[in-house]
Design a protein around this ligand. Structure first.
Ligand SMILES: Nc1ncnc2c1ncn2[C@@H]1O[C@H](COP(=O)(O)OP(=O)(O)OP(=O)(O)O)[C@@H](O)[C@H]1O
Length: 591
């Protein structure tokens, strides 16, 4: 794959900004008085935390109040070593190591609890509220080890002096910010947005969003721990408030006010508000919190995306609609993947049943599908068609019977594991990533095969020929690759989702009413595409469709489902001319 070797302007801009910030940090001690240096050192440590919250909340959609717990754990781990064991160079290294390891272990546990098997979106937020409270209680009950309610104070830290701490924390913040900016703008960083937008689609692209969120929580807990280490050294005191829920909420407020999903916004928000708090809370000790609270409410109403939104309104903006073609990646052909061997069954369903409580939705379904077949699944509303597709793409759905894909029983398997067996699923309502561009959506579809770069935006987009064909035939190719998905028409989103599914190079494609709401021209294009995919390229497909004329034109076989039972499985002619079908569609047949 070719990479664009020229360095984009935004990389130079980032380097220039980082350099300017480094200069300010280096000469800062000569510019600021002691009070300002002290406050800014603390503010910059808090800004590191705000970056971690922004990656979790702003990019990945995980609202967390728990970063304070990891920060506090790191701070206490360091302070306990320095207080009880000493501050020799070796013990300093131990203090730093524990300030990372303990929060990382806690982060992995919290991540597993929040996003592990069976979790719901509510888990993460509730657990992030509970963890700081638990950690604070542990600190209170730690006796002399943690200093209980008084915290730990009077230990020796790194021998840097105030200017040294200012410079060290400044450099750490610049590094954290640059790494976060590079990562969130890389191909891999787009994965976070994909998870935020549409977790189910991620799973059906063969990705494992739960695992990714656990890894992210763990790594960012480690970063919060490093911030805790800096704080414990620079301030010379750690207290229960450093681990608490109130502090965790403050970080969220700084992030929101600065502008989540921007990295720079939360950095400015944290430094600005903490600095102002230090300046004003002396003069307005009781009013200050009220001022911050009121500011928060006003901002949420007027500028829900924070100060960064104001900056975007003022600064000239790139017109996203005109971002193509110069901003678009170039399409590159990927070698064809694992085609199915004609003759072998791709899918074998035997005695499949599904019930919701006492409601039996599917019963005794037997079905085989071979490579090259386009099997249409028809039946009246409520017959169980979508439920059947769900049972074929999620091994935890079926109540009875077996589903075998490419020779492997899928019972108990999760959607991403089934994608790896060669199943692609297209949903009834186009399931894409609205905040990403067309190219990024397609890149997500390849992410389980080609690990996306953590550092770069690729200048090319490698896709199998079948997916590129769909883009060409539906007009989504080059000119629209850089366009945000939110600007696409309904038909374009349907075509994009189909291209994403085909980009997975599945053996079996499951399509739930792919032509719903499309114009006649769009339907004809999709029909021709499906015929080519199956007839010429050897994919197998199961198509749920209500339009019998469309089905008749393109199918190789038709299966009729009625009241949860498979009542007919035959050639197009057999089914179309069947008395049973006529009776079912006229509403006359009952099980
Ligand atoms: N999660 C659920 N809980 C309870 N009942 C459900 C659930 N999902 C589906 N059903 C019921 O299962 C039956 C089959 O639904 P399904 O959506 O599979 O039908 P369908 O053939 O796809 O219908 P349509 O053509 O209208 O999309 C319906 O009676 C529906 O109400």
């Amino acid at each position: 794959m070719h990479e664009n070797r020229s360095t984009p302007a935004r990389v130079w801009l980032l380097a220039a900004l980082a350099l300017a910030a480094a200069v300010v940090v280096i000469i800062g001690p000569a510019l600021f008085d002691r009070f300002t240096l002290n406050v800014l050192t603390r503010s910059m440590i808090y800004a590191m935390l705000a970056v971690t919250v922004d990656i979790l909340w702003g990019y990945t959609g995980i609202l967390t109040f728990g970063q304070a717990a990891f920060f506090g754990t790191g701070a206490y781990a360091s302070a306990m070593v320095l207080s009880h064991l000493g501050a020799s160079p070796a013990l300093m290294v131990l203090a730093l190591a524990l300030a990372i390891i303990v929060p990382v272990l806690l982060g992995a546990f919290v991540g597993w609890l929040s996003f592990g098997h069976g979790s719901t979106p509510l888990y993460a937020t509730v657990i992030s509220l509970v963890v700081p409270i638990v950690v604070t209680q542990l600190v209170f009950s730690g006796g002399v080890w943690t200093g209980s309610s008084s915290g730990l104070v009077g230990y020796s830290g790194l021998p840097l002096g105030l200017p040294g701490y200012f410079r060290l924390t400044g450099i750490c913040l610049i590094v954290t910010t640059v790494v976060a900016l590079v990562f969130t703008r890389s191909d891999a960083g787009k994965l976070l947005v994909a998870i935020r937008d549409n977790e189910a689609r991620c799973a059906y692209l063969g990705l494992n969003p739960q695992r990714l969120k656990i890894v992210l929580t763990t790594i960012l807990a480690g970063v919060a721990g490093i911030a805790g280490f800096l704080y414990a050294n620079a301030s010379g005191v750690v207290a229960p408030e450093n681990t608490g829920f109130v502090f965790g909420t403050e970080i969220v407020i700084w992030t929101a006010l600065g502008g989540r999903g921007t990295i720079i916004g939360p950095v400015i928000g944290a430094i600005g508000i903490d600095y102002l708090s230090a300046q004003l809370s002396g003069d307005l000790p009781f009013l200050w919190n009220l001022v911050v609270g009121a500011l928060f409410v006003v901002m949420i109403i007027l500028l829900p995306n924070g100060l960064a939104q104001l900056a975007r309104m003022v600064l000239p903006r790139r017109n996203e609609e005109q971002a193509s073609p110069s901003g678009s990646p170039t399409l590159a052909a990927e070698p064809a993947g694992n085609g199915s061997e004609a003759g072998n069954r791709v899918l074998a369903v035997s005695g499949l049943g599904k019930s919701f409580g006492s409601l039996q939705v599917l019963q005794g379904i037997d079905l085989d599908v071979h490579p090259g077949e386009l099997v249409s699944l028809v039946g009246p509303n409520g017959a169980g068609k979508t439920t059947l597709l769900r049972c074929l793409s999620d091994g935890t759905e079926a109540t009875t019977g077996t589903v075998t894909i490419a020779g492997q029983d899928i019972s108990g398997m999760t959607p991403d594991e089934i994608v790896a067996l060669g199943v692609g699923r297209k949903f009834q309502v186009a399931s894409v990533f609205d905040s990403l561009t067309v190219a990024d959506c397609l890149r997500m579809a390849r992410a389980s095969r080609n690990a996306p770069s953590l550092l770069r935006r690729s200048a090319t987009l490698g896709l199998p020929a079948a997916a590129t064909d769909i883009l060409r035939s539906t007009g989504l190719d080059r000119m629209l690759l850089g366009r945000p998905v939110s600007l696409l028409s309904h038909g374009q989103k349907q075509s994009l989702e189909l291209a994403m599914v085909v980009a997975l190079e599945p053996k079996l494609i499951l399509l739930d009413e792919p032509t719903a709401g499309l114009t006649k021209v769009e339907r004809t294009t999709i029909g021709a595409t499906l015929q080519k995919l199956t007839g010429e390229l050897g994919f197998a497909a199961i198509l749920v469709e209500h339009d019998l004329d469309f089905v008749r034109d393109i199918s190789t076989r038709i299966v009729v489902l009625h009241q949860g039972k498979l009542v007919l499985d035959g050639s197009v002619d057999q089914v179309v001319n069947s008395e049973v079908v006529r009776t079912i569609y006229s509403g006359g047949a009952h099980a």
